[in-house]
Design a binder for this molecule. Structure first.
Ligand code: ADP
Length: 591
């Protein structure tokens, strides 16, 4: 509270700013300092006064930063201190005799015991113009104060103010240092905090690291297990691959065997239901697995046989015994061929049939050959029987007249016997030939001879019979190196056939041609000829073309033997024939 004793406004308009200016010097209530005390002391000496003060005017009080002559007083009420008046003007405020100053009449320092008479106060002016206090001198007696003294006091006030500023700078400097050190402290603190954080993080890191190591270890274990499993897997895979390869190899082997063996093959389960056929089966029957699976095979069986076959095979399947049967199967061309079929059971350790492996062997040609052989035997017997019967009759008649006088009858019967014998001899020769040929015992005795000469000598029996004329044409001098006897046999066979199958062909032509590296011999008749569909079989064993309505003797071996002889010479044999025009049988031999 200000106890204003001056009867006038002592608060300047800018007091708030002034107070904040004062405040910034951080000087209020600080202990006395020699620098200020010294100036105050100096003032008392210069001006010869008992009291000198450095006063700082606060909001309600005046603080004495330096006090010379006022005892222990530290401060005074702003309303009672004359300094409150001195900070109202930039000039030095001077009261030479206070008792004469109306505004000071009521002032206790003037009116009271202290008995202040003289006051001169120079304002302490900040660099920015605020009057924050005074340097004043006080005396208890009235005195005069010259302009010069005023100037000195003002100068001293300036010195005080310089000190105040200096002090502030020092404080600021200290603060700065303090600030810096504070900053350093803070930084240190921060570093400590960080360190701690940092330490904490380390701990965390260590824990994480440990966890990581543990994870890595368990991962390594898992990895190892995985690697082991992987290895096992790889091994299993390799084994599997090997097994697959083995199975594939077995399947391939089975396929190769079944594809290359002449038989058709198939497999059935324990009940006899077929689930696999070899390619040959499909190739022959022209069917597919879906057609044939199970009991589908019945579709390619002959209706006359299927029931019997089914019954028999079912019986064998049911009883687990080897099955064998012969029956025809329909080919993709619709033709039936005969098959010898077998199936063997494959059993498990309990003796149960788990699979059947079956084959069908095409025996059509074999059956045909057997049939031909049978036919041949009956023909051969028949052929032999005729001359034998004739010979027997001749001999019986001879026996009857053996004691009778030798007559023409004897001669006829002997001749007849001879002819029968000759026929039998030819037949036996043919049979021997075929035997030798089939056993591979045909040996060639080669010489060089002129073909025309050979032809001239052969077939005299035809010339003698006089029914046919043998007409020679071609190269008379052509020579070959061959078995003359065997080649002669071929020519005789051709000529005999011409005589036999073309009886009305008056001329039989014998033609010799010289070809590039070959000699070609042809026997041509102008007989009935041979049907084109029969030509491909004409050189087959036992083959005899059917000359409808006409019965010809023969074994169906002549042309077969001829072909074998020519082939043995590395030559070729063939026939050109046209029905109603005649036939030309030919062979070639290397020269
Ligand atoms: P074979 O005369 O004993 O029957 P071949 O093998 O000599 O046996 O003759 C086979 C078949 O060829 C004869 O059955 C006959 O039908 C036919 N053939 C052979 N030569 C002639 C020919 N010149 N003219 C017509 N058919 C012939």
């Amino acid at each position: 509270m200000i106890e204003n004793t001056f009867g006038m406004n002592i608060i300047p308009d800018n007091d708030i700013e002034r107070l904040s200016a004062l405040k910034r010097y951080r000087i209020m209530d600080t202990p006395s300092e020699a620098s200020f005390d010294n100036i105050a002391k100096l003032c008392t000496q210069i001006f010869n006064v008992p009291i000198s003060l450095v006063s700082l005017v606060d909001a309600e009080r005046v603080f004495f930063k330096a006090n010379v002559g006022m005892g222990n007083a530290k401060e005074a009420n702003r309303g009672k201190s004359l300094c409150a008046l001195a900070v109202l003007s930039d000039d030095v405020t001077v009261f030479e005799d206070a008792l004469k100053e109306p505004c000071l009449m009521a002032n206790p320092n003037v009116a009271g015991d202290f008995g202040l008479r003289f006051y001169a106060g120079a304002p302490l002016i900040t660099y920015d113009g605020f009057l924050i206090g005074t340097l004043c001198i006080i005396d208890k007696k009235a005195r005069s104060f010259s302009e010069k003294e005023k100037t000195i006091l003002a100068g001293m006030a300036t010195a005080i103010m310089d000190q105040v500023e200096l002090r502030l700078s020092a404080l600021d400097e200290i603060d700065k240092h303090l600030g810096l050190s504070k900053q350093a402290d803070e930084q240190r603190e921060e570093i400590y905090a960080m360190n701690e954080e940092l330490t904490a993080t380390n701990e965390e890191l260590r824990e994480s690291q440990e966890e990581l190591i543990a994870s890595a270890n368990s991962l390594a274990n898992v990895n190892e297990e995985l690697a082991a499993s992987n290895e096992e897997l790889v091994v299993s895979q390799i084994e599997l691959q090997n097994s697959i390869e083995e199975i594939e190899a077995s399947a391939e082997t089975l396929r190769m065997i079944t594809d290359n063996m002449p038989q058709l093959a198939w497999m059935a389960d324990g009940t006899g239901s077929i689930y696999w056929y070899s390619q040959r089966w499909f190739d022959y029957t022209g069917t597919t697995l879906s057609d044939m699976v199970g009991w589908g095979w019945q579709k390619v069986h002959h209706p006359d046989h299927v029931q019997r076959v089914t019954e028999k095979v079912s019986y064998h399947f049911n009883n687990g015994i080897v099955w064998e049967d012969i029956f025809p199967l329909k080919g993709s061309d619709g033709e039936y061929r005969w098959f010898l079929s077998r199936a063997i059971p494959s059993k498990n350790e309990k003796g149960e049939v788990i699979r059947w492996f079956g084959t069908n062997t095409d025996i059509t040609d074999q059956r045909k050959l057997e049939q031909q052989k049978d036919d041949f035997l009956s023909i051969a017997s028949h052929e032999l029987k005729t001359p034998i019967t004739s010979l027997k009759a001749s001999l019986q008649l001879l026996d009857k007249i053996k004691d009778k006088e030798y007559s023409s009858m004897h001669i006829r019967l002997i001749e007849q016997s001879n002819r029968s014998m000759e026929k039998m001899s030819v037949l036996v020769d043919e049979l021997l030939n075929i035997h030798r040929l089939t056993d591979g015992h045909l040996h060639l005795n080669k010489t060089t001879f002129t073909i025309a000469e050979m032809l001239d000598l052969c077939c005299n029996h035809v010339r003698v019979a006089g029914k046919h004329e043998l007409v020679f044409s071609g190269d008379k001098d052509l020579q070959i190196h061959a078995d003359e006897h065997r080649v002669d046999q071929v020519v005789v066979n051709f000529v005999n056939n011409a005589v036999k199958y073309a009886p009305d062909s008056k001329e039989i032509y014998l033609i010799v041609e010289k070809l590039d590296g070959f000699a070609k011999v042809s026997v041509k008749d102008t007989g009935p000829g041979i049907a084109p569909e029969k030509l491909p079989y004409i050189f087959d064993r036992y083959y005899r073309a059917d000359h409808s309505g006409q019965a010809y003797n023969g074994l169906g071996l002549g042309l077969y033997i001829s072909a074998e002889i020519i082939k043995k010479h590395d030559g070729q044999i063939g026939v050109e024939s046209e029905l109603g025009k005649g036939s030309t049988f030919w062979f070639t031999l290397p020269r």
